[in-house]
Design a protein around this ligand. Structure first.
Ligand code: MG
Length: 166
């Protein structure tokens, strides 16, 4: 069973990388969200918190599911009408956001506020993922935003001493 867990985590990390998202990209979003609130914030601290979020099974499951669907949509392998809905990233679809929300609150509800904020501003890697000419990232953009939001909550909690032991 332990081998299987490792395989899920390694594959989730590999797929993120293959889709053009690095730990550093996500850490930059965390930095963007937290620099105003955390004194002497370092990129290392941001990366450490992203890595902790990525070690969570529910996060790995969301990554695998979302990226798989994005890829199948790119290859036009989904059935009608889902193919078109995901390909066009239709605003009323909403399942991409639901999957992201399963990540956002793992470290408490400030994750939700952070997620809404970067989803609106789309800094850094999120802007790149939203460029439709760069492939289908209907799920991935929300998942990456959610990982950054959760890592920011974790960082904030570790600052005020209420960090959970994980
Ligand atoms: Mg989306």
């Amino acid at each position: 069973m332990k081998e299987h867990h490792k395989e899920v985590e390694n594959t989730a990390r590999k797929w993120l990388h293959e889709r053009g998202v690095t730990i550093e990209d996500i850490a930059e979003l965390v930095y963007f969200l937290q620099e105003k609130y955390v004194e002497n914030l370092s990129m290392e601290a941001c990366e450490e918190n992203v890595n902790r979020v990525l070690s969570k099974r529910e996060v790995q499951n969301a990554i695998l599911t979302g990226i798989q669907l994005d890829r199948l949509a790119e290859e036009e392998k989904l059935d009608h009408p889902l193919q078109g809905i995901i390909e066009r990233d239709e605003g009323l679809y909403g399942v991409d956001e639901v999957i992201a929300l399963s990540i956002v609150n793992v470290y408490g509800s400030i994750g939700f506020t952070n997620y809404g904020y970067i989803d609106k501003l789309k800094p850094g890697i999120l802007k790149k993922l939203n460029d439709k000419s760069q492939g289908c990232h209907t799920f991935l953009d929300d998942i990456v935003g959610a990982i950054a939001a959760a890592a920011s909550s974790r960082l904030a909690h570790s600052q005020d001493g209420t960090e959970e032991d994980d």
